[in-house]
Write a protein that binds this ligand. Structure first.
Ligand code: GLV
Ligand code: MG
Length: 355
């Protein structure tokens, strides 16, 4: 039997905050990962407030087993000592099958739960993983007396997770979003790649032979290894009213290919990506913000469409209710970004449309 829809929005522990009915659309173009056990990185965090939409204290992979406790304690300290202003604070906890995750949650929620916006859960296999976290968070929130629920973000990085992504997205009103985890996903699927995100020169299609000469000049085109997964994730997230993200792009020096992957994700419906280096923040902020040209065009369509029904011709192209809705997605995103980013506000406000 299914749970009654009425109960879906009841807190899972007595005294826990009521679940949200809608996940707020807070800009999260770059989720910048830092290692809270690394004092050099931690020192830079206060200066990064306001320059990035999300700062994420990472406790899982990339943190050595010997540093797990130092990372957890470092995150508590930085969360207590820092005023995050408009920047969100997220964490990535250890995976549910690890010996560290219970201490991660029972330490973080009472100490800094009021400062944590989102908890990222790695290696999610199915809705049951979210249910486990959902109940545990409610118990800890009730005990800590929190007045708003901490949201949950799943990383899509197991074959089961991809197969179950729709159930994961709808597993709890806490679900905020899902990110692609290309490194673990490749390993779990037994893909024969060794990279963290991005394309692969061997994954290609080749032009047909010219005049039957199979050894002659034939153009090849690299294909996107992640297209299927991202598209599936975007549909699951949109249907559930939550937000999809690209994940890590490991080749920090290849800023061109990172930008391409991020832009593909943006065009397909993602709202942001991870950043593993300050260089990637700049790319993500640019790519996940609508361009001036897009906003100019979108505003012209909104104006030309009047009450939003019927069809008009603009520059020789047909616009109707559906293309207007696409334009409104961009206009609304621009408004959300302008509200937190004064430079974008100025840029978007300066756009003139004369017809
Ligand atoms: C991220 O965690 C990944 O495995 O790609
Ligand atoms: Mg991973």
């Amino acid at each position: 039997m299914h749970k009654s829809p009425k109960d879906f929005f009841a807190p899972l522990a007595v005294g826990a905050p009521a679940p949200l009915r809608e996940i707020p659309a807070r800009p999260s173009r770059a989720i910048h990962f830092f290692d809270p056990s690394n004092p050099k990185m931690v020192d830079k965090i206060p200066q990064m407030v306001g320059t990035v939409d999300v700062l994420l204290g990472n406790l899982e992979d990339a943190i050595k087993a010997d540093n797990k406790v130092a990372a957890r304690e470092g995150l508590v300290r930085i969360a207590q000592e820092t005023d995050f202003g408009p920047t969100q604070l997220w964490t990535r906890i250890n995976s549910l099958d690890s010996p560290w995750v219970l201490d991660d949650l029972t330490t973080l929620v009472p100490a800094v739960g009021h400062k944590l916006d989102v908890i990222m859960v790695p290696k999610v296999q199915g809705a049951e993983d979210i249910h486990y976290i959902d109940r545990l968070l409610a118990q800890l929130e009730a005990k800590a007396g929190l007045d708003r629920p901490i949201l949950v973000h799943a990383i899509l990085e197991t074959a089961s997770g991809v197969a179950n992504v729709e159930q994961i997205a709808m597993a709890s009103p806490r679900m905020q979003g899902i990110s692609l985890g290309p490194a673990d996903l490749a390993a779990d699927r037994k893909m024969k790649t060794t990279r963290v995100g991005g394309g692969h020169p061997g994954y290609l299609v080749r032009q047909d032979p010219v005049d039957g000469d199979i050894n002659g000049q034939r153009a090849t085109f690299q294909q996107d290894l992640w297209h299927y997964t991202i598209a599936k994730m975007v549909d699951a997230c949109a249907a559930a009213g939550i937000y999809p993200y690209y994940g890590p792009f490991g080749d920090i020096t290849d800023v061109v290919a990172a930008e391409d992957q991020f832009r593909n994700a943006f065009l397909l419906g993602c709202v942001g990506t991870w950043s593993l280096h300050p260089k990637q923040i700049e790319i993500a902020n640019r790519v996940f913000s609508p361009s001036v040209e897009d906003i100019r065009h979108a505003r012209r369509v909104v104006k030309a469409m009047g009450d939003g029904t019927g069809a008009v011709m603009l520059d020789g192209k047909m616009e109707d209710d559906a293309s207007l809705k696409q334009c409104l997605v961009l206009v609304e995103l621009a408004e959300q970004l302008a509200a937190i980013d004064p430079k974008l506000k100025e840029l978007y406000e300066g756009i003139e449309i004369d017809d």
